[in-house]
Design a protein. Structure first.
Length: 459
């Protein structure tokens, strides 16, 4: 029986463990904080639970346009937020998800050990004084928030997102440093909850790695709802004041707030694991170098998830872990294909994307064409009074094979699945155009976009 030891119990680790157990391996998972790792306990599950609350409040506050009146003249007072109940719920959900996942592993015969592990050599894992021999090792240790030396988090006023759920009160004036996906999500959420939010962006626009049209829509929504966006400037320092924080920017300006949330990247958890001593090569920033089947530079040692720096998403971590076990245990496996990965920014509205971008078409990297349909032309969107967003579909110029898409709108994370299937299975716009969609539905815009591309004559 093949002995598999997995260091880290997040999505990359526990999904790998389930695959290995189902294939008959003897599997041990070593996790220091709790099964589910940071994804479940402090990052993805808690943040999306917070966003669920903020989204609900936004719907209630904007419901007068549908004829639903909120009693009272001050909607902030009428639609309040109980921070203690919100955070208690978030922590309860995170613990429950962790316990459920641990129970699933145990049911499948996986041994779970609490503790910190390190490689002694490629086939021996140490947990304190205990030694585990392994035929296959998977490193899935994740990453942690990057900290700036001039803005050290204290957990009270200067925060990383892992401190948010211990706050006793909603931040009155929150300054979010960093306008990538994480910064945009929390800025959107806390604005919706009732905080006065300032978002500091080092680039010309928020979310610079996302579709420019989508990012522009969301930035306009942010500002329309009262957010202050400071572009093309960086936070040089963040210091505590008597009643809050003072952020000094690279352009000389200063911003005062009650709290500051730092969202300036991630650092891989690869220190003190014995990786380099065992021959595992680390790349730039300390990330583990892996190939498309999750192999490191040492035979029998694999890696998955955020510690590899490969598209830092829970879904990618889980797939990397599964691929590692399929490959290690002799199953047929297709290498990881990042061009089929769907991603979502959980702002309100959401931004979801998959596959090729419109920039790929404009730059000539792919021979394609695209169409963009505003969401406010969709019948269901009109009924729901939804005015912000669009559906963008990209296909190959002559064959019509779907190459990618972008959706901005409510539940875009759900709507993108149809486009993801089309990209994964190399369907054509004709295939989508001839597929029934519900009327009325937001997904109807996907089939309508496909019909537009089907009818369009390639140049």
């Amino acid at each position: 029986m093949t002995k598999v030891v997995i260091i880290g119990g997040g999505p990359g680790g526990y999904e790998a463990a389930l695959v290995a157990a189902q294939l008959g391996a003897d599997v041990t998972v070593v996790e220091r904080d709790g099964i589910g790792g940071a994804c479940v306990l402090t990052d993805c599950v808690p943040s999306k639970s917070l966003i669920a609350t903020s989204t609900r409040r936004t719907y209630v506050r904007e419901s007068p346009s549908l004829g639903v009146h909120i009693h009272g003249t001050d909607d902030k007072a009428a639609v309040g937020v109980d921070t203690d109940r919100v955070n208690s719920r978030i922590k309860r959900l995170a613990r429950a998800q962790s316990e459920d996942t641990r129970a699933r592993l145990v049911k499948e015969g996986v041994e779970v050990i609490s503790g910190e592990a390190r490689l002694v050599d490629p086939h021996i894992v140490a947990i304190g004084d205990q030694r585990l021999r392994a035929d296959v090792v998977l490193v899935a240790t994740g990453a942690h928030p990057r900290e700036l030396p001039t803005a050290k988090p204290d957990g009270e006023r200067i925060l990383t997102w892992r401190h948010l759920y211990d706050m006793e009160e909603l931040p009155e004036k929150l300054i979010v440093v960093g306008s990538g996906v994480t910064g945009a999500e929390f800025a959107s959420a806390y604005q919706s909850l009732g905080s006065e939010v300032t978002l500091v962006s080092s680039r010309e626009r928020v979310m610079p790695t996302q579709d420019p049209d989508a990012a522009e829509v969301l930035e306009q929504v942010f500002m329309r709802r009262g957010m202050t966006v400071l572009s093309k400037t960086r936070a040089e320092s963040v210091v505590r004041t008597e009643n809050g924080v003072l952020v000094t920017l690279s352009d000389g300006r200063t911003v005062e707030g009650s709290h500051c949330l730092m969202t300036v990247g991630m650092i891989p958890n690869t220190e003190n694991l014995g990786l380099e001593e065992a021959g595992v090569r680390l790349g730039g920033g300390g990330f583990v170098e892996v190939d498309r089947v999750s192999r490191t530079t040492v035979s029998g040692v694999y890696a998955a998830g955020d510690c590899t720096g490969v598209n830092m998403l829970a879904s990618v971590a889980a797939m990397q872990g599964r691929i590692a076990m399929w490959h290690a245990l002799g199953e047929a496996v297709a290498p990881l294909k990042l061009s089929t990965v769907a991603s979502t920014v959980f702002t309100h509205p959401e931004l979801a994307a998959v596959g090729a971008s419109e920039d790929d078409v404009r730059s000539g990297r792919i021979d394609g064409r695209s169409v963009t349909l505003p969401l406010n032309t969709n019948p269901r969107a009109k009924m729901d009074e939804l005015n912000d967003g669009f559906v963008k579909l990209i296909c190959r110029q002559h064959t019509g094979i779907v190459l990618g898409g972008v959706i901005v709108g409510p539940r875009a994370s759900e709507l993108i699945l149809g486009v993801s299937i089309a990209v994964q299975q190399r369907l054509t716009v004709d295939d989508i155009a001839h597929t029934f969609s519900v009327y009325p539905s937001l997904s109807g815009s996907v089939t309508e976009a496909a019909r537009s591309l089907m009818l369009a004559s390639p140049e």
